[in-house]
Design a protein around this ligand. Structure first.
Ligand SMILES: [Cu+2]
Ligand SMILES: [Zn+2]
Length: 190
């Protein structure tokens, strides 16, 4: 009886130790898998933009920066001058008016404009400057959106869109800064 009991204890202990080894290996494998799958999507997102005629006007590369994102512009064939540019709430860019993109991305229910005392939308950014040759190669930042999870993610609700407008954003008039027609659009999805 005593012997049987001892044997059971030993074999139970062995089972626990070998189980722990398996668990340790599984955790390492799981970590490697998670890092490998998480990195490419977190590193950057390329947004292709088209004008009202469906012609490409280039791309914007979105990367994490601090608690927000940076947007590197590689744009062409746009009207020279200052243009409003925002993140809009729907991942839909139906030409020619791009109304399908919906209003500005606004997870906190605020008013429009970086200079508004009741603002601003998470999707609000400074104006984009297009050079006389129709190109724009600057960088914009948006400190209120992320490429991660949660309500401020550019991927929330299936994605968002970047919209460029005909006129400059005055940074205070609700709901879109008097920036006029939507002249180019690109969806942001995973
Ligand atoms: Cu807009
Ligand atoms: Zn806005």
């Amino acid at each position: 009886m005593a012997q049987k009991c001892m044997r059971e204890t030993v074999s139970t202990r062995f089972a626990i130790i070998s189980g722990m080894k398996h668990l340790g290996f599984s955790l390492i494998a799981l970590t490697v898998l998670l890092v490998a799958t998480a990195l490419p999507s977190a590193a950057k997102t390329v947004v292709e933009l088209k004008d009202a005629q469906g012609k490409s006007v280039g791309s914007i590369i979105v990367t994490p920066k601090g608690s927000g994102v940076s947007l590197k512009l590689h744009l062409h064939d746009l009207p020279p001058g200052e243009h409003g540019i925002h993140v809009h709430q729907n991942p839909k860019c139906d030409a020619p008016d791009f109304k399908s993109a919906g209003p500005h991305f606004n997870p906190e229910g605020k008013k429009h404009g970086l200079e508004s005392p009741e603002g601003h939308h998470a999707g609000d950014m400074l104006n984009l400057t297009v050079n006389p040759d129709g190109k724009a190669d600057g960088t914009l930042v948006d400190n209120d959106v992320t490429l991660g999870d949660g309500s401020h993610s550019l991927f929330s609700n299936g994605g968002t869109a970047i919209v460029i407008h005909a006129k400059a954003d005055d940074m205070k008039t609700d709901p879109s800064g008097n920036s006029g027609d939507r002249i180019a659009c690109g969806v942001i999805t995973k």
